[in-house]
Design a protein around this ligand. Structure first.
Ligand code: NAD
Length: 288
């Protein structure tokens, strides 16, 4: 594969476009926001005024979009690939999206010979720029094998977890856990702090023990204890992910009480912690 499109040049898509460009792919980017297009153009990425050129000229198109609704509109709406795409087009959706939407869209594209792979990511904007993302991948074996050189140019770790949509199921499970761990870790730090233990020393102890998590090992030292709160991932996007997980649990008719409480806490915190804050700021419910 030589020519790759990237649709959505935000915090994540901009870095992915740059990583692909550095690995020698010809990259064409598109984003409706002029500022996003200008930033990628300044990175040396060719940017288009609309998505049509990408479907027509690219062998694979990578999506990095905010919500499942936007993914569906881009892929099945006017100016989508069904209006005219290169034969054998591969679509790689790195957005955190809903697996039901992913499966529905994949089924709609398949008769036109367009394959979809879901490859949502962890690692933030820094990981996107440095091509060190972790991807959990859903898709048929053939499509995932075809996507591999493109995925490898953007990520350091890839786990193929199942068919189309399985990547998005896994990503929602991961982010539900991260959302829960932020709250439980903040409560543990609050308890220990009020009981006279320094949070930094506490974290050193927890990270040597069985209560550790990505949140205690990465989020607290990198973005919380130093007051930085600059991960590049917003409350708005994490609230979306928790809501999508809640919707999936509802659609499966499951009774998962702790997950329901986590979803409620994230939803009800909207006034205390605004949508544009860093997602780690949920800890301020306990550690203000
Ligand atoms: P972002 O809001 O910074 O970027 C999204 C981009 O999509 C914006 O530039 C927006 O203009 C563009 N866009 C909106 N509608 C569009 C359309 N119809 N066509 C083309 N582009 C459109 O978001 P982000 O932080 O880059 O996140 C992108 C996706 O990656 C989300 O699904 C998010 O949940 C996921 N994600 C983000 C992070 C992170 O740390 N930021 C980490 C992992 C996963």
């Amino acid at each position: 594969m030589r020519t790759i499109g990237v649709i959505g040049l935000g915090h994540m898509g901009r870095g992915m476009a740059l990583s692909l460009h550095r690995r020698g792919f010809a990259v064409i980017g598109y984003d409706p926001a002029p500022a996003a297009r200008e930033a990628s153009a300044a990175d040396g990425i060719a940017v288009a005024e609309g998505p049509r050129a990408l479907w027509r000229d690219c062998e694979a198109v990578v999506l990095s979009l905010p919500t499942p609704d936007v993914v569906e509109a881009v892929l099945l709406g006017a100016d989508g690939p069904l209006d005219g795409a290169r034969a054998g087009l591969l679509v790689i959706d790195t957005s955190t999206s809903h697996p039901d939407v992913t499966r529905r869209v994949a089924a709609a594209l398949e008769p036109a010979g367009i394959a979809l792979v879901d490859a949502p990511v962890s690692g933030g904007p820094k990981g996107a720029h440095a091509a060190t993302l972790t991807m959990v991948i859903g898709g048929g074996d053939d499509a995932v094998a075809r996507a591999e050189p493109v995925l490898a140019a953007m990520s350091a770790t890839r786990v193929h977890v199942g068919g189309v949509g399985a990547g998005h199921v896994t990503k929602l499970a991961n982010n539900l856990l991260c959302a829960a761990h932020l709250i439980t870790a903040a409560e543990a730090v609050r308890m220990a702090r009020d009981a006279g233990v320094d949070p930094g020393r506490l974290l050193a102890g927890i990270n040597a023990g069985s209560g550790r998590s990505g949140v205690t090992q990465v989020n607290f030292p990198t973005w919380v204890l130093n007051g930085a709160f600059d991960s590049g991932f917003t409350m708005k996007l994490m609230r979306k992910d928790v809501r999508l997980a809640e919707e999936l649990i509802g659609a499966l008719a499951l009774d998962l009480p702790l997950s329901a409480e986590v979803a409620r806490l994230w939803r009800d915190s909207a006034e205390a912690v605004p949508d544009d804050a860093d997602f780690n700021a949920i800890v301020k419910l306990q550690l203000a």
